[in-house]
Design a protein around this ligand. Structure first.
Ligand SMILES: NC(=O)C1=CN([C@@H]2O[C@H](COP(=O)(O)OP(=O)(O)OC[C@H]3O[C@@H](n4cnc5c(N)ncnc54)[C@H](OP(=O)(O)O)[C@@H]3O)[C@@H](O)[C@H]2O)[C@@H](O)CC1
Ligand SMILES: [K+]
Length: 532
């Protein structure tokens, strides 16, 4: 797993390195500029040599400072470079000013308005060094420029060339206009124009930032490349701050997923999934099959009497047990071998759903609550929060989240006015603290948090994009995956992170045309790829 930083964390790491005497701010800026130029030629080798033209747009802070370094280095590599500044050169911070002066020895710096007033793009490469992690408010003056950039990225692809008027666009650290902590744009009144820039390639430094993976961030960055600028690992700083760091969930290590060679089926747990009544049983079966495929030793579907025949006709390896209402569930849970419970998929929002959920929670077993088990508590979420415990995982999508945590959802949906804006990471952490359990807040940027503040993002974006995952029943399979992992003894946070990661891998393995039934069936191939 890698860590995703906030702007304040990045500044703290940078500050610690400068104070320790290991590096100067000017050296970091030089390395940042070098990293951008390296990334440009790695991405587009054809831009080197020949009569290539680059335009570098520099802003009033250190992001602009990186831009002046990029301009100088591009010129050294043979590009014809024009530089435009947004803001007042006299007010640039010291390192940016030093690089402005260095560039000015060889080239001109014109006001940005001169560029935006001109016709066409006039370059093969456009470098956006207007704002990076320091942006903290809307930038309405630039809306028209942003709008044109979006058009360039969306409408024309990267078949660039100044003779055709189509530049490749590279963003330094962030496409300008994005809040680096939340990935949100800062809206302004002129809604006709865009609020943030777009890029084909975004080059960031040291580690990715949260905003590259949240909200509009992932949509606007194009592709993110992270360049090392020689900052050390900062072990001490990390030790003090690990809980506040957000992780990006990465490839699983097969060792902690492997089953014991000599394990009995009960060693791998017994998951109980509750089914809805007749006519709405498919969702629970999807969850149950997911739990079994992911490695629970046994999975039992608990079905009300009315749906026994329907379920029996559709189950083989998953076992079936009649469970009628809360009383029936209490009796079944006397068997302590049921070590994980899954409620919600297709459960219905009838009167007894609430009683079933409360009974399951009182049994104090690892429990996943999804779908109807959550929406049933829309009118009285505090009743649910009162009983959720540390071995629970709740898996709301946006609508379910809003019903359970309306005030948090409102803050998250509010337009960003000042930075750092309230992010999906903030919202999920706050929800987990309130619920007292792990919250998995779904989306292409799924955020998972526990009540202690640990937090991670499972990104189905960039090269892990899996748009086919937005299909009926896919959430039910995820609930099943997590339940199966809980049955196998994974901690709630580990189960949620692992289940979410595998869920996306399964979707990517199958590809377009995916329906929910296909997801769990990809697990064997995904496991093989992992070397299991
Ligand atoms: N940290 C590190 O380790 C390293 C950082 N590096 C680089 O520094 C970047 C961060 O630099 P930064 O902090 O100077 O902020 P930046 O993004 O340039 O913007 C701030 C400026 O914009 C201004 N401003 C803000 N909003 C505005 C608006 N709407 N409209 C107009 N103006 C607005 C704001 O003005 P103020 O709010 O102060 O009035 C201030 O002048 C980072 O992204 C990376 O590229 C690298 O060199 C490597 C090491
Ligand atoms: K930028």
């Amino acid at each position: 797993m890698t860590e995703l930083l906030t702007a304040a964390q990045m500044r703290a790491i940078e500050q610690a390195a400068i104070e320790s005497g290991e590096v100067t701010g000017l050296e970091l800026m030089e390395r940042a500029g070098q990293g951008v130029v390296e990334a440009i030629f790695e991405e587009w080798p054809e831009l080197e040599g020949g009569d290539r033209k680059a335009v570098v747009l520099c802003g009033p802070g250190n992001n602009g400072g990186d831009g002046f370094v990029v301009a100088r280095l591009l010129k050294e590599r043979g590009c014809e470079v024009e530089v435009f500044l947004y803001g007042d050169a006299d007010k640039l911070p010291p390192n940016a000013k030093a690089n402005y002066e260095r560039w000015s020895e060889t080239g001109r710096v014109a006001p940005l308005s001169e560029y935006t007033r001109g016709e066409g793009w006039g370059c093969d490469l456009l470098v956006d060094a207007l704002f990076g992690t320091g942006l903290s408010r809307p930038s309405p003056d630039l809306g028209n420029l942003y709008w044109n950039m979006e058009d360039m990225v969306d409408g024309f692809g990267i078949e660039f060339g100044h003779k055709r008027g189509r530049p490749a666009i590279v963003a330094v650290d962030f496409p300008s206009g994005i809040c680096s902590d939340s990935g949100k744009e800062f809206p302004h009144e002129d809604a006709h124009y865009r609020f943030a820039a777009s890029a084909h390639l975004t080059v960031s430094f040291h580690q990715s930032k949260q905003g590259h993976f949240l909200s509009e961030g992932a949509e606007l960055c194009g592709k993110v490349v992270v360049k090392d600028i020689g900052l050390s690992e900062e072990k001490e700083w990390r030790k003090d701050n690990w809980k506040a760091l957000t992780k990006l969930i990465g490839r699983l290590h097969p060792n902690w997923f492997r089953k014991d060679q000599d394990g009995h089926k009960y060693h791998h747990g017994h998951a109980l999934v509750l089914s809805g009544s007749h006519g709405s049983t498919g969702a629970a079966r999807l969850a149950a099959r997911g739990a079994l495929r992911i490695g629970a030793g046994l999975v039992t579907l608990g079905s009300p009497r009315s749906a026994m025949l329907e379920n029996a006709a559709n189950l083989t390896a998953v076992m079936l047990k009649q469970i009628d209402g809360a009383l029936g569930l209490t009796e079944v849970l006397e068997d302590m071998r049921f070590n994980a419970i899954c409620l919600g998929p297709g459960l219905g929002i009838r009167a007894d759903t609430q009683a079933l959920v409360l009974t399951a929670l009182k049994a104090n077993r690892p429990t996943v609550l999804d779908a109807d088990a959550l929406t049933r508590f829309s009118a009285n979420p505090d009743v649910l929060f009162g009983l959720l415990h540390k071995d629970c995982v709740i898996t709301p999508h946006g609508g379910e989240f809003t019903k359970l945590f309306p005030d948090i959802a409102e803050k998250l949906a509010a337009p960003a006015v000042t930075g750092p804006a309230y992010s999906k990471v903030d919202a999920t952490r706050e929800a987990a603290a309130r619920a007292g359990c792990v919250v998995l807040f779904k989306g292409p940027d799924t955020v998972i948090a526990d009540p202690d503040g640990r937090c991670s993002i499972n990104s189905a974006q960039y090269d892990r994009a899996a748009p086919w995952l937005a299909t009926a029943g896919s959430g039910d399979v995820l609930a099943g995956f997590i339940s199966g992992l809980l049955a196998r003894g994974f901690s709630p946070m580990q189960a949620a992170e692992t289940g979410a990661w595998l869920h996306v891998e399964c979707a990517r393995k199958f590809g377009p045309g995916l329906i929910a039934e296909d997801l769990a069936e990809q697990l064997p191939a995904v496991f093989r790829d992992l070397g299991l």
